[in-house]
Design a protein around this ligand. Structure first.
Ligand code: 13P
Length: 342
């Protein structure tokens, strides 16, 4: 294992208060988002949208790494320049989603298991050769009546451990993403209990599979009440409980925690990340950063709507969100930031 490379990459990804842009939506997910805006669900529309993202002027000021999808890592701009080169030239480290998505966990109604371990070693080697330096695998945990089950937590944690060890063998920093979903009417306290249980299982497996904690990144959910829970907690309460859960479960050797946004609005995701950094940063052993997809991209996608004439305005919206989140890493994001950086 090239320990030095892994540790260096993990450090570079979170230097200068930058963070990650997830642009690794699978084709079905990308099409779902396009469909709601009347954008054609074609390969060319996906390519054009990804070109808009990677060519955003100034993106490298706030974004250190971009998570690509198998289709995207092989694509080019209209003028033939590979996306990989465009990103590297902008100072952005390319990453790659390597899981094969989720499927139903047998005998466990309502629960999912992530696939993609078969043949993973060869795929990782190819991505490394292409220039990727980090990878991502997402496990999904739903909260509901009698779920998550112990077997779902163990099976998903085991897969994350196997994936992470394979990544490190290849020289790729693994982003370990166990996502507790926001769907449901569960309370903040229920999400806390489940999130802690998930993270305990994940770190048990990471240790068991001999994963180098200094050379990995954790990408968890923030601890939040369910979307339809009648009590929606304050930003302070969310920050308090998220920090408490992470301190209980994430070893200090992990260099950074980069949250997913999970369907929060762009502004709330920034405000919550900011609050955690503002109030807790000096006492945390790891950096607290972002690895958002929707909370960075959605305002830009809403503007673009598949129209060439909207590209510039969409890129400005994308850069704006990236800047807001960089400010949130510093605890400097305020309502005024929403206006200033535009
Ligand atoms: P969201 O920020 O939209 O949750 O996406 C992050 C991600 O990478 C999902 O796997």
């Amino acid at each position: 294992m090239n320990t030095k490379l892994l540790i260096d990459t993990a450090k570079k990804l979170f230097a200068d208060d930058k963070g990650l842009l997830a642009m690794d939506e699978s084709n079905p997910t990308c099409h779902k988002r396009f469909a709601t805006l009347g954008i054609p669900q074609t390969m060319e529309a996906r390519r054009a949208y990804r070109e808009l993202i990677v060519t955003t002027p100034g993106l490298g000021e706030c974004i250190s790494g971009a998570i690509l999808y198998d289709e995207t890592i092989r694509q080019q701009k209209k003028d033939g320049a590979p996306f990989l080169k465009v990103l590297i030239d902008a100072g952005i480290i390319p990453g790659i989603k390597v899981d094969a998505g989720t499927e139903d966990l047998a005998a466990h109604p309502g629960e999912k298991i992530t696939g993609g371990l078969d043949g993973l070693r060869d795929r990782l080697r190819e991505y490394f050769q292409m220039g990727a330096r980090f990878a991502k695998w997402r496990a999904v945990i739903a909260i509901g009546k009698d779920i998550p089950s112990r077997s779902c937590l163990e099976a998903n944690a085991h897969a994350l451990g196997r994936y992470a060890a394979l990544c490190q063998e290849t020289g790729l920093v693994p982003i370990v993403e166990p996502e507790v979903l926001m769907d449901g009417d569960h309370t903040l306290e229920v999400c806390r209990k489940v999130t802690e249980e998930v993270l305990r299982n994940v770190f048990m497996q990471l240790n068991c599979q001999r994963v180098l904690l200094e050379g990995m990144i954790l990408k968890p959910n923030m601890v939040l009440p369910g979307l339809t829970c009648p009590t929606q907690n304050s930003v302070d309460e969310v920050a308090d409980i998220t920090i408490k859960s992470l301190l209980r479960t994430v070893p200090a050797a992990v260099p950074a925690i980069a949250f997913l946004s999970g369907g929060q609005s762009a502004e709330l995701a920034s405000a919550r990340l900011n609050n955690m950094n503002l109030r807790f940063k000096p006492q945390l052993p790891w950096s607290l950063a972002f690895s958002f997809a929707r909370a960075i991209q959605q305002p830009a996608l809403d503007i673009w709507r598949g129209e060439e004439s909207n590209v510039k305005a969409a890129q400005e919206a994308l850069l704006h969100r990236a800047r807001c989140n960089r400010a949130a890493r510093r605890g400097e994001y305020t309502a005024a930031t929403e206006k200033i950086t535009r």
